[in-house]
Design a protein around this ligand. Sequence first.
Ligand code: ATP
Ligand code: MG
Length: 557
Amino acid sequence: MTDTNRTNFIRQIIDADLACGKHQSVCTRFPPEPNGYLHIGHAKSIVLNFGIAEDYGGVCNLRFDDTNPHKENVEFVESIKTDVRWLGYDWGERLYFASDYFEQLYGFAVELIQKDLAYVCDLSAEETRARRGTLTEPGQDSPYRNRSVEENLDLFRRMRAGEFPDGSRTLRAKIDMAAPNINLRDPVLYRIRHGVIHHQTGNAWCLYPTYDYTHPISDALEGITHSLCTLEFEDHRPLYDWCVHNVSVPSKPRQIEFSRLNLEYTVMSKRLLTQLVEEGIVAGWDDPRMPTIAGLRRRGFTPGAVREFCERIGVTKADNLVEMGMLESAIRDDLDRNAPRAMAVLQPLKVVLTNLPDDAPAQITAQNHPKREDMGTRALPFGAELYIDRQDFAEDPPKGFKRLVPGGEVRLRNAYVIRCDEVLKDDAGTVTELRCSVDPKTLGRNPEGRKVKGVIHWVSATHGVAATVRLYDRLFSVPQPGGAGRDFRADLNPASLRTLTDCVLEPALAAAPPGTRYQFEREGYFVVDADGTPEALVFNRTVTLRDTWGKRQAGGA
Ligand code: ATP
Ligand code: MG
């Protein structure tokens, strides 16, 4: 973990609160709304909240903030649990739903009415908005603001009982219509919503509390000490404080805001992510191009790399746009250390070795990782018929081309130096096969005086297994999709997915279960996808070896 996070401003506040005895222990929470899948921005919040709890010997609650039933569902609840667990965090027994508190929240609203701090308002949503005022002008009091406590209690009870239609009445806090902070201008606390089936409470309620009212009270009921949220809630903090100070909750949590994660070449708003899924622009919430946790998992990311990325970006109050390269480098670092190497030919070109000696090995032993002996070795079947990648051969080589050319030599990785003697073509002039001869002295070593610049990978044509390989790239072709008022869909990268269907892999890969990650030598990092079978493997590219963004676009076959 980096030092920035060890000493971020939130930790400094917590240190001070513990030092002065304000708190004896720390309790945080991660409060997703189950209206979509979690994304990498949520991961920042998860790592922060669970990480702080871990480091201070405290606890972190998982709380579903489920006050908007028409957009929420159980699929989202379950996916969120899966993703938090996958990231490596455990909420133990502390799984909560804001809807668990509906009865208590109702009771606190009654308390506010009794204290003359809330009233039932009959203005429509539109009328309420029209009287709110602006940043420079105060709002106007609602004509219902001075209802008696008795009348308010009666109407509120009847709102709950279902006597009034949607939109006909709200419960509003009685704060100050002239407050400079618009959030304090008698904000709505409860709305009427008939006919929605809540995923937790069913049809028990037709009255739903707003987020701004629910969140602080839920925090207080759970004994949250530090309620960490993103900067857009800064202006809501006075209302947060007003709520916890005016009802008789058992604790007074403190809200602290930090800047949200924005990432280049992607979108993070759940509204836009939902649109991508619903319009079929991507294959689902777990499409490997999505910035969702499920998408990153399917793309081949490890939980450790996602956590490491979150640590590296740190936590501040400054708005920021993080480069995609930072996320890519976190996974590259992890896979470089931990992914076994494998040989995979993505665009096969047949090579026939015309003079293979009788004593040539039928198998060649290769190390699974160049720097890690603990990862062992494996046998690569070898023979006279091989595949190499089309991109490793050029009839008219560009300047500086170090791979195979007619009459030229190259080393087959872990095997012989070969020379290209003959190029076979079909009627259309497409190269179909290379006839090559081996230098028998060069098996696994480079005799003195021999200069061979290129080393290329290969797979035995008789033993290789077929695979489909999906090359994923950034979903958008500009750093800030939808910028300058454009429709974000206009910025989609048309080449974000390229599917290669004739790839040939070394046979050991056929046994790998979905989720297994490899470095395909010279190609990048890849993961086995669940869409495949041992007979018809499917691999997804997680990330290229270096930042070769665009290379495949430019040089594709
Ligand atoms: P929406 O996109 O619909 O506005 P949201 O992204 O805020 O919603 P929530 O489910 O409310 O989604 O988020 C749960 C928690 O994750 C909140 O505390 C929120 O502040 C945090 N969070 C969401 N997006 C980011 C982000 N990009 N960076 C850091 N934290 C985030
Ligand atoms: Mg939110």
